[in-house]
Design a protein around this ligand. Structure first.
Ligand code: HPA
Ligand code: ZN
Length: 337
């Protein structure tokens, strides 16, 4: 539509993108080759015949867990710090081209540590790319350590202790904590101890909730101390909780294209953007796993515009709310507003 040029130029903040979700089929095959990692046998899973067949398969996810199988297999090709750095750098270049001025990005160290990669290797690579984005693009960046709900909680505790011992939080190298992966099934409050400890240390907290799970997953996340809600699409089903979220100015990090690709909704029009805007729910619009869902942040903005035909004023409100919900100092917020 006619607003696409305006949306390209609109200064954006991204708060919900998984760096491992930026791994393209092409890069998966290249890194598997370079690092001698065996991908699944195409006889067992024909999607792994070629980068093209893998990309084609990504167009047919049946739900969150179907996607997660490919996502966790994909990231098994990442070995060296430079693999992690190159991956994140590809994201930052695209984000810069999409008009992102500030990016808070998730990474899944628990999964890498479990397959024998050192926690430090992961953070060294990702943080090198963050520094380069700050220097070359003037972008501000924050790394968010994301725990996963499908692995034993003891693994999360081990990685959390490693992260504390590394001094990364105090040094501002890792800024916040999140949690993701399978939503319905694992206990809603499985990271209660970690969140409570992190809160006492002033570490910022967010959590995936209300993507596939009902609004009780959102209230559980808030109850253990989450300051934001990643996705939170299903907040629309609980009016009382919605009013609380508005009053407390809790930001949702919506990912509309992801919701369609993982079949939470049939089309973008079903994401409750209009209701959230009218009710004064703060939200940002984000890409989630761009290499798997076929679009970076700008294509999410454009898909929302095509579905809802928002006004320029409404877009300015969305952009402003995404600055206000960012984990940055007042001074930087004023620069971005
Ligand atoms: N939901 C849950 N876990 C995830 C996602 C998601 O969209 N992307 C990467 N891990
Ligand atoms: Zn996500």
């Amino acid at each position: 539509s006619h607003l696409h040029d305006f949306l390209t130029g609109l200064p954006k903040c991204e708060h919900h993108v998984h760096l491992e979700g930026c791994l393209t089929p092409k890069l998966i095959f290249e890194l598997a080759d370079r690092n001698s990692i065996k991908l699944p046998d195409p006889k067992d899973n024909p999607a792994y015949s070629s980068p093209e067949s893998l990309a084609e398969r990504y167009g047919h996810f049946s739900n969150l867990d179907d996607f997660l199988g490919f996502y966790f297999t994909g990231m098994s090709v990442l070995i060296s710090a430079s693999d992690f750095e190159d991956l994140a750098w590809e994201y930052f270049k695209q984000a810069n081209a999409d008009g992102v001025h500030h990016a808070e990005v998730f990474f899944d160290p628990q999964v890498h540590v479990n397959r024998g990669i050192a926690y430090e290797t992961v953070v060294d690579g990702f943080s090198a790319a963050c520094q380069r984005a700050e220097k070359e693009f003037g972008m501000t960046t924050k790394l968010i350590l994301c725990f996963v709900k499908h692995l034993p909680v003891d693994d999360a505790h081990r990685v959390y202790n490693q992260a504390l011992e590394s001094g990364h939080f105090e040094a501002g190298i890792v800024h916040g904590i999140g949690c993701s992966s399978s939503e319905v099934g694992p206990p809603k409050d499985m990271f209660r101890e970690i969140y409570s400890s992190a809160k006492s240390k002033g570490i910022q907290l967010t959590a995936h909730a209300g993507e596939e799970g009902d609004p009780s997953y959102i209230s559980a996340a808030l109850e253990i101390g989450s300051q934001r809600i990643d996705h939170g699409r299903r907040l629309i089903e609980d009016q009382q909780l919605l009013e609380y979220v508005v009053k407390e100015e809790i930001m949702l990090t919506l990912c509309p294209v992801s919701n369609v690709r993982l079949r939470g909704v049939e089309k973008i029009e079903e994401v409750p953007i209009r209701q959230f805007l009218d009710a004064g729910v703060r939200f940002s619009i984000n890409s989630d796993d761009p290499a798997y869902f076929g679009g970076f942040i700008l294509s999410n903005y454009c898909a929302v515009e095509d579905a809802f035909g928002l006004s320029i004023q409404e877009w300015r409100t969305i952009a402003e709310n995404s600055v206000r919900g960012s984990w940055i100092h007042e001074e930087r917020k004023l620069e971005l507003l």
